[in-house]
Design a protein around this ligand. Sequence first.
Ligand code: UD1
Length: 405
Amino acid sequence: MTVSGAKNASLALMPATLLAAGPCRLANTPRLRDISTMSTLLETMGVDIRHPGTTIELDTAHVHSQEAPYEMVKKMRASFYVLGPLLGRYGHARVSYPGGCAWGPRPVDLHLRAMEALGAEITIEGGYVIARADRLRGAEIQFEISSVGATGNALMAAVLAQGSTVLRNAAVEPEITQLAHFLRRMGAHIDGIGTNCLTIEGVDDLHPADDSNIPDRIEAGTFLAAAAATGGNITLENVSHEHLTAVLELFRRAGCDISVTENTITLQSDGALTAIDATTAIYPGFPTDMQAQWMAMMATANGSSVITDTVYFDRFNHVPELQRLGARIDVTKNTATVHGVETLTGATVMSTDLRASASLIIAGLIARGSSEVLRVYHIDRGYEAIELKLRNLGADIQRVDSEDY
Ligand code: UD1
């Protein structure tokens, strides 16, 4: 199975094109709901977008608006990524303040503080962040928490600032590294890429550039979890095992056979998994975006496992739904204890967010009898034709109805 391009990298690369005027081509851009939401947002600003296959073309020559409306941001928090590039290039931006999220508070204070450190004046009016600066100026920014979004936003703002910026405790997720490489292709001066200290020497102008996106490590991990939990064999193509070191380590400890080449991962499982604890952490740790899928896998593992989410303390909306399928899970604070059961039994369940829906699909594949996953639009935000990909791998799954949101 071929892994698609990384959603979370594309969601940063696309707004980064606002930093220059002209056409950029980004290969390996997945065809997902979140990508079309970002496209629609950029189109409202005047970006001309074509996404015929897996390459997306964005022409920023005629941008006429620096606003991200509430209707867009409420659908997808990553819309907030336009703040940095708009502020950097145009000196002003009006971006809806993101509201709550299905799995608890997701503040943007670090983004805003970084913009202020770079010299922006920030006010909140009518639910919107209004940001202004004549020209941003370089600054030393020490992030209290390592944040993917705040690092990406600060990076996109700093590349056109006057003077040098140092971002300490910067996120090192591969999606941020990919963004930094793309910005360099556009003419940005960035050092320390891939480390938690990024140094940016601001330039006056950037130029359009092309790039090819990295593979989606979470899509890859999700399919590995589906194969592991159902006792299957799978070979993933167009994948980077280096981005999945912590994940593969846990799969091995759970009893799966794993072999890798430069761009493939093969997993073999007899379905008899050992319960293995997982604690989420920033990269290169076990990703929070794999927590729900790991929990589905552990539901029928041998023994009990403890799953702790240290990135999002409340990210357990999938638990009551997994319980409907017969899973035995206790949650205390940010820790879930999963007591492996013999088997799950099919039921109707409701997905509440993207990775929860992936978890429920995996659980549905394990379960005896048939299961129905409602609000499946969540899955389309981050997985390209998941039912087709799973069916090609031998799963009995079909889309019955697509409810809209
Ligand atoms: C990104 C990913 C998301 C993933 C998450 C963590 C995208 C589009 N989304 O989200 O799939 O689950 O990384 O790997 O790339 N925080 C603050 N203040 C802020 C920003 C963040 O306190 O201003 C906290 C968050 O509440 C969280 C932690 O920092 O506890 C990390 O979040 P962050 O890395 O910012 O996640 P996102 O960029 O929103």
